[in-house]
Design a protein around this ligand. Structure first.
Ligand code: ARG
Length: 541
């Protein structure tokens, strides 16, 4: 089953979000949030927008949120953590107190001091999609008013048929090209019983009653960009926050209503009860990826290496090993039971490439890192271990330049002796050339399919490596003299040989809505090298 794009579903380990939102029933003649109307903030005074730091609300809004006190915003975990895309306090700001994103001066924009999400947040199943932002200052805008989070005592507010309202600046078009409005929209829905929502013709068990609740009405729904925003019960002055916009298949589809995080579920209530004292989510000491050491051969031990995590309170470290998909369409699959720092590949791994994930967790969430893929796992050696064979082969599978087969002893470094021979030495002076065949991006990852040909074809390709960079602007300088600095941020790119002359490049952990320059270096065995640049822009939401 393929679900909507935001919370990543099955393709998580592949680092690719399925962008395919099965298109819903067309929303009839509706220009509104799906099926809703444009509203002043005073009707939904708890609504806030999450905005990428340094952007204007209209350019940088990517999720919604709900003010539950002047300092605390409740939002979805998937708005701050998806595999490969992690949000920390400096990365996000909150816009409150106004319905129009293009009038920031009429509302209030505040920094975030702390980002915490449920450590039980699972982006594969979308369970426990809840997060808390502590703001650096109180929201004082007179038009902004908190809603009270519901607890387990409020389950009746979500009884089947109960009236609820959701709101946000998300997509207003159920099918076709998405349209993101500048003005806040709201729509009235009805709560739906778990059993109805999990019927075989609907979500067929994908809705977890322990953390989710469905709500919908014909032609009405929340949609992409509304995530993290409120599902409320009651009226102005006495709103109860009963849900958080989380996920759905398409938008306003008759058989697939919106799915919301259920604040009346014990797991969610339990997390939010700690909202005033949750620690900031952990981080890693550096931006470096995890790594794998050891010989990639069945029977030999591989170790997942990483930086020590940093964070408040006790940190636990956990691991996962997975087999990378062999083709573009094949998903990466976690290896059952492979959850220790070390893993000994077996016969099922021979010919496959592996990677590891390391996660550090505290009460305020987790941080994770993925390693690059190993080279193909070799069969167990029976004879004494042969020397590693770094023979030139086209299947370079990692972003790290393959160890160049350095000639053991280069003879004299003098120029080749001119000979009088009439045979022309077979010299390849033509570097390989890459052409772009396909490019697709989600909010956090981009995949480029390249054909890399070496016209002279005298020698095979030795290596293909790639890197993705983007320019980030961030505030720097002192509080009294703020400045804007630019910095280049780099991401490694996994390169996979797909056969013939086709290569797949996958960059994960990218920023949302950012333009990346992908630098591809292709080297043939005669050391002819060409560096080419391609661009790829991640989706905003
Ligand atoms: N995940 C989406 C977001 O990030 C929200 C999807 C809600 N979908 C729905 N059909 N109600 O904005």
């Amino acid at each position: 089953m393929s679900r909507a794009r935001c919370p990543v579903v099955l393709a998580v380990l592949a680092g690719l979000l399925s962008a395919a939102a099965p298109s819903a029933l067309a929303a009839p003649s509706s220009w509104r949030i799906i099926g809703g109307t444009s509203v002043p903030i005073t009707t939904q005074p708890h609504q806030v927008a999450l905005v990428v730091t340094g952007r204007t609300p209209s350019a940088g809004q990517y999720c919604g949120g709900t003010l539950v006190s002047p300092r605390i915003v409740v939002t979805a975990a998937h708005c701050v953590e998806l595999p490969g895309s992690s949000t920390y306090p400096g990365d996000v700001q909150v816009f409150a107190g106004h319905e129009r994103l293009d009038q920031p001066a009429s509302g209030q924009t505040v920094d975030v001091a702390r980002v915490s999400f449920s450590p039980a947040w699972d982006p594969v199943s979308n369970r426990n999609d809840v997060a808390v932002l502590e703001l650096a200052q109180d929201v004082v805008d007179p038009q902004a008013l908190p809603a009270t989070p519901a607890t387990t005592a409020d389950a009746a507010l979500l009884a089947a048929g109960a009236a609820v309202t959701t709101s946000g600046w998300g997509n207003t078009v159920a099918s076709g090209t998405p349209a993101y409005p500048n003005d806040l929209r709201a729509v009235g829905l009805n709560a739906i019983a778990d059993a109805t929502c999990n019927a075989p013709s609907s979500y067929a068990g994908a809705v977890d009653p322990a953390s989710m609740v469905c709500a919908g009405a014909p032609g009405k729904d929340s949609c992409q960009g509304d995530s993290g925003g409120p599902l409320v019960s009651g009226t102005v002055g006495s709103f109860r926050l009963v849900g958080i916009v989380s996920w759905g298949v398409g938008c306003a589809s008759a058989s697939f209503p919106g799915v919301y995080t259920d604040l009346t579920a014990p797991a969610i209530d339990g997390f939010l009860a700690q909202r005033a004292t949750l620690p900031n989510r952990p981080n890693f000491a550096s931006a470096t990826a995890a790594g794998i050491t050891g010989t990639p051969r069945a029977g030999e031990t591989l170790t997942c290496t990483h930086d020590a995590g940093t964070g408040t309170g006790p940190l636990t470290v956990s691991y996962l090993w997975a087999r990378a998909g062999r083709t573009m369409s094949e998903a990466d699959v976690a290896i059952p039971g492979a959850t220790a720092a070390t893993y000994v590949p077996g016969s099922a791994d021979v010919g496959r490439t592996l990677f590891c994930r390391v996660r550090v967790t505290n009460a305020g969430g987790y941080a994770e890192r993925f390693s690059a893929d190993t080279t193909e796992i070799l069969a167990a050696s029976t004879a004494p271990a042969p020397a590693p064979t770094p023979a030139p082969r086209p299947a370079d599978t990692t972003a790290t330049p393959s160890p160049t087969p350095t000639p053991a002893a280069t003879p004299t470094p003098t120029a080749p002796t001119p000979t009088t021979s009439t045979t022309v030495p077979l010299v390849d002076r033509t570097p390989p050339t890459a052409t772009l065949r396909r490019r697709s991006c989600t909010t956090v990852a981009c995949t480029l399919t390249l054909r890399i040909t070496d016209p002279a074809a005298v020698v095979p390709l030795r290596s293909v490596t790639a890197r993705a960079t983007t320019t980030v602007r961030r505030r720097c300088g002192s509080a009294s003299r703020p400045r804007t600095c630019r910095r280049t941020e780099a991401r490694t790119v996994a390169v996979r040989f797909l056969g013939a002359d086709t290569y797949r490049l996958t960059a994960r952990g990218l920023r949302r809505g950012a333009r990346y320059r992908v630098t591809v270096t292709a080297t043939d065995a005669a050391n002819n090298r060409r560096i080419q640049h391609f661009t790829a822009t991640t989706r905003r939401r």
